[in-house]
Ligand binder design. Structure first.
Ligand code: F6R
Ligand code: ZN
Length: 190
């Protein structure tokens, strides 16, 4: 249990630096998401020009325990590889049944959800004042469909864990690309 006088009870979010004072922050650069984008040629060409920061997540992870929660502040920068929006790696939770709530704080984006059993996919808007419930057994990836950083918080059970392996191996079945100036979900192969 976390005592009420713990400094974990209240945190303030620094949108500009995508950080939470005192908490660890993970950064993912373009080179870290190799294999995620559909257009590998466009990916290699972009990487040859530079290795920008795509996103960062500052995590608040109180001690694990039954009923406990973790959360992370994410910032995903705008950009595209070919016509595919900048994205997060995406993952299942290691404990597959664990769900997650995403709360959009700033910017414009979407989540790509894929059912781990049926493979059914869904693109769901994630922007300011929007909340997305990611059911258990659902792979989830975030994309930035706007022109400014997308800032959000994800809250999940403390025992959820992250399984990146399944996505690294098979990727998502669908991609979110810009078509006619707006985000569209399409099968990866076309
Ligand atoms: C936690 C969660 C988010 C992501 C973040 C970065 O379960 O879903 O905090 O960790 O959006 O994405 P990944 O972890 O896929 O690199
Ligand atoms: Zn998650």
């Amino acid at each position: 249990m976390i005592p009420l006088d713990s400094d974990l009870i209240l945190k303030s979010l620094d949108f500009e630096n995508a950080s939470i004072p005192g908490q660890k922050r993970v950064e993912r650069y373009l080179a870290d998401v190799r294999g995620s984008f559909a257009d590998t040629q466009a990916f290699e060409a972009a990487l040859a020009r530079g290795n920008p920061l795509l996103y960062a997540v500052a995590g608040v992870e109180p001690p694990d325990g039954p009923g406990q929660l973790h959360y992370g502040l994410g910032i995903l920068y705008p950009g595209k590889i070919g016509n595919e929006y900048y994205l997060t790696k995406g993952h299942y939770h290691s404990v597959r049944e664990c769900a997650e709530v995403y709360i959009g704080l700033k910017g414009k984006g979407a989540m790509l959800l894929e059912d781990g059993t049926t493979g059914e996919s869904r693109m769901v808007s994630l922007g300011e004042k929007e909340v997305v419930y990611v059911p258990g057994n659902t792979a989830h990836r975030t994309v930035n469909t706007g022109n400014e950083p997308l800032v959000y918080v994800g809250v999940y059970p403390s025992n959820a864990g992250h399984d990146y392996g399944s996505i690294a191996q098979n990727n998502f079945r669908m991609v979110i690309v810009e078509e006619g100036g707006k985000p569209v979900m399409k099968p990866r192969s076309t």
